[in-house]
Write a protein that binds this ligand. Structure first.
Ligand SMILES: [Zn+2]
Length: 390
């Protein structure tokens, strides 16, 4: 029977949540934690798809500092609008349409970023990172296209139930050699309910059942199912909130004049306009017990050092389980969050398969090479490489 590779990436499915539970996806007997990267899915997914560190593919966080002609150009004028209008849903929808009209086809959300301050930032993800040519360096999708593999992928652009049904139909047809499903549903439920939530448990068992159904559909179509389940990061239950913005706002310095800041859910990033603001803000946040400034060496170690400081001159990171409230991502706390030190055990994702897992596949950045080796095993090595070997 010719194999068919079925790769499911469930965003935020952590090793501690499902990976070590033998009742979860029992057919996927080979399993292990998959170490993640510092940041969120906006950086983790490109690392998984390209196998390169963040500093090489350039995608770390959803928002970076604007250079020329950023997608939010002109948004500074929004500061003249009355606050009620500036924070309205209607304006948000209008601005989202403007951004999409400027050619952004990647995932973005304006969250609670102050609308006029958007002008200082930009969205690095402009294209569809789930397709060939969607990332600045070569990805798994480029390789699939180049090798002429019969494949299809689904991501957040398709409702999850539709994607799952369509994938089962494709498996029943026996037409494809490689299927890839990305799901953000569990990530959303985890943020909302925390790791003990009923919806979280239901979602995890739905995926377990779907993998069984996918394997059965492949077998009925005369294909041997090679199943892979992976995730880009885990999730940590929130135990404390930290008002970083208030500590900074209490100082006699102003955003825009003395510094620029972006407040993510778990980190605060700063671009300095002068040494006084920098020294005072660094001192003020040194007094915050639930977070710390990341050193240049740590940033380089995590693969997120950028010479042009596009993601910040300095980064203040909260400890696992602490959440910035408020932040530019939301005014209210959520039950669980990621984007912490990747070394925390709940931050690890998972890799599970009904195929042997080589010992050297332990990190998200190893996923692409592993899947390409599996592709060689399933379909035979590509013609050009065989030619080179002979
Ligand atoms: Zn998330």
């Amino acid at each position: 029977m010719k194999p068919v590779m079925i790769v499911v990436l469930v965003d935020a499915l952590g090793w501690t949540l499902a990976g070590r539970d033998p009742a979860f996806a029992p057919a996927l007997r080979e399993r292990r934690p998959l170490a993640t990267v510092l940041g969120f899915s906006s950086g983790a997914l490109p690392t998984a798809f390209t196998g390169r560190p963040t500093s090489e593919h350039g995608r770390w966080l959803m928002y970076q500092r604007a250079r020329e002609r950023g997608v939010f150009r002109g948004f500074g004028a929004l500061r003249w609008l009355p606050p009620r209008v500036r924070s309205s849903r209607r304006l948000t929808r209008l601005l989202e349409r403007v951004v999409a009209g400027r050619g952004v086809r990647g995932y973005f959300n304006l969250y609670e970023v102050p609308r006029a301050e958007l002008a200082w930032f930009d969205l690095p993800e402009r294209d569809d990172i789930f397709t060939a040519g969607g990332l600045p360096v070569e990805s798994l999708w480029d390789v699939l296209e180049r090798r002429g593999v019969a494949w299809r992928g689904w991501n957040w652009r398709t409702p999850e139930a539709t994607a799952r049904a369509e994938a089962l139909d494709e498996l029943a047809s026996g037409r494809l050699d490689f299927l890839f499903l990305y799901s953000a549903g569990l990530d959303a439920r985890l943020h909302h309910e925390g790791s003990q939530g009923a919806g979280v448990k239901a979602c995890v068992s739905e995926w377990s059942a779907w993998l069984d159904a996918a394997a059965a559909a492949a077998v009925r179509a005369g294909r041997e199912p090679w199943l892979y389940l992976c995730s880009d990061h885990g999730m940590v239950d929130v135990r404390a909130t930290v008002d970083v913005m208030a500590r900074v706002a209490a100082l006699p310095f102003r955003r825009g004049r003395d510094y620029i800041a972006f407040f993510d859910s778990t980190m605060a990033r700063f671009w300095w306009r002068g040494p006084e603001a920098r020294d005072a803000i660094r001192r003020a946040l040194d007094a915050e017990p639930r977070g710390r400034w990341l050193s240049k060496a740590e940033l380089a170690n995590e693969g997120v050092a950028f010479a042009d400081a596009r993601y910040g001159d300095d980064v203040f990171l909260l400890e696992p389980g602490a959440l910035l409230v408020p932040s530019f991502m939301g005014r209210d706390p959520v039950a669980a969050m990621h984007g912490y030190d990747p070394a925390h055990p709940d931050m690890a994702g998972v890799l599970a398969a009904n195929r042997p897992l080589p010992a050297d596949v332990t990190h998200l950045a190893h996923l692409r090479r592993f899947l390409e080796r599996e592709l060689d095993a399933a379909l035979g090595a590509p013609a050009d490489r065989m030619g080179a070997a002979s």
